[in-house]
Design a protein around this ligand. Structure first.
Ligand SMILES: [Fe+2]
Length: 307
């Protein structure tokens, strides 16, 4: 039938223990062999050693073996090698070298979380009670992995690998800079950005609502102001509320809620986003380090070092 979601990402970092502790703080549940689980979708993040930070592997879910056969044929037309069996297709993104596995898997069914109750003009729905940000006793636990954002030195080739090769669909473009793509009903599961070096920009994790975006970030920043990157805001592409934090290896991680969903492809028209719209609808101004992370120059030097 089709692709239907992101299963997991594996991130390589030089400082495994420190980075693992960060993602436990972030609300992911540590499991054996470097895995971390989300509340609704199980093991979705793996941390392993790498000399410099990078996205090592992405696993994508498909309905059946036909999806794998189709992807293998499409990748062959792009001259990308792939090994397809009955349940898994293994390949690699040609520019960044990231391993990609497309696996036959059942569709994620998330339990319905009741809508948060907010008061508004003429709409006093929460009466005699304080707002959810104050009353929820639990710490924020991301529900699922939403998307990963990759910097690529050849962004058209990388985007084509996902769309023409694997079968992702384009949701929006940042004019001359990036492509938002989906392999599920979420507005985007992968964004590819043009960059001077191949790197992982961020991973993004779904929480219940705007209060949990705020609560999650607030908890992460308690005693760790250096983790703050950018938030609170709302994106234009995907409409989601966002708050970005930085892990100890330099990767950004995002709490998000309320992302656009695309059920019927015919009812969505991709836009070429220009200027600030490519980045956000509202929020504080993005810091320069959001688009050009502080360690990019060092990664470029590393990438060009002999041996
Ligand atoms: Fe994001």
């Amino acid at each position: 039938m089709s692709l239907h979601g992101l299963l997991s990402v594996t991130i390589g970092v030089p400082n495994v223990a420190e980075t693992a502790a960060y993602y436990a703080d972030f609300g992911l549940a540590p499991e054996a062999h470097g895995w971390f689980a989300t509340a609704d979708a199980g093991r979705q993040l793996r941390i392993e050693y790498a000399p410099t930070r990078r996205l090592v592997e992405m696993r994508v879910a498909a309905d059946d073996a036909d999806d794998l056969t189709r992807a293998a044929a499409s990748l062959a037309r792009l001259d990308v090698n792939a090994q397809a069996g009955d349940t898994v297709l293994e390949t690699a993104e040609p520019v960044t070298g990231m391993r990609v596995r497309v696996e036959v898997a059942s569709r994620l069914k998330q339990a319905t979380v009741p809508a948060s109750i907010y008061n508004g003009p003429g709409r006093l729905e929460r009466q005699g009670a304080r707002a959810p940000g104050f009353t929820r006793p639990d710490r924020v636990r991301p529900r699922k992995l939403g998307h990963a954002v990759l910097g690529s030195t050849a962004p058209e080739t990388t985007a084509s690998f996902f769309t023409d090769g694997l079968g992702f669909k384009v949701s929006d473009r940042i004019k001359g800079a990036g492509t938002f793509m989906r392999c599920s009903t979420d507005h985007h599961n992968v964004l590819v950005l043009g960059a001077p070096v191949n790197f992982l920009h961020h991973t993004s994790w779904q929480v219940d609502d705007i209060d949990d975006v705020g609560r999650g970030a607030y908890t992460m920043l308690d005693g760790h102001p250096e983790r703050h990157v950018w938030g609170l805001g709302r994106h234009y592409a995907g409409s989601n509320f966002f708050w970005y934090l930085k892990d100890p290896a330099g990767n950004f991680s995002e709490y998000y809620s309320d992302m656009d969903c695309i059920i019927d492809d015919q009812l969505w028209t991709p836009e070429d986003l220009e200027g600030a719209r490519g980045l956000f609808a509202w929020g504080p101004p993005p810091p320069p380090s959001f688009l050009h992370p502080d360690d990019l120059a060092a990664m470029m030097t590393g990438a060009h070092a002999p041996g």
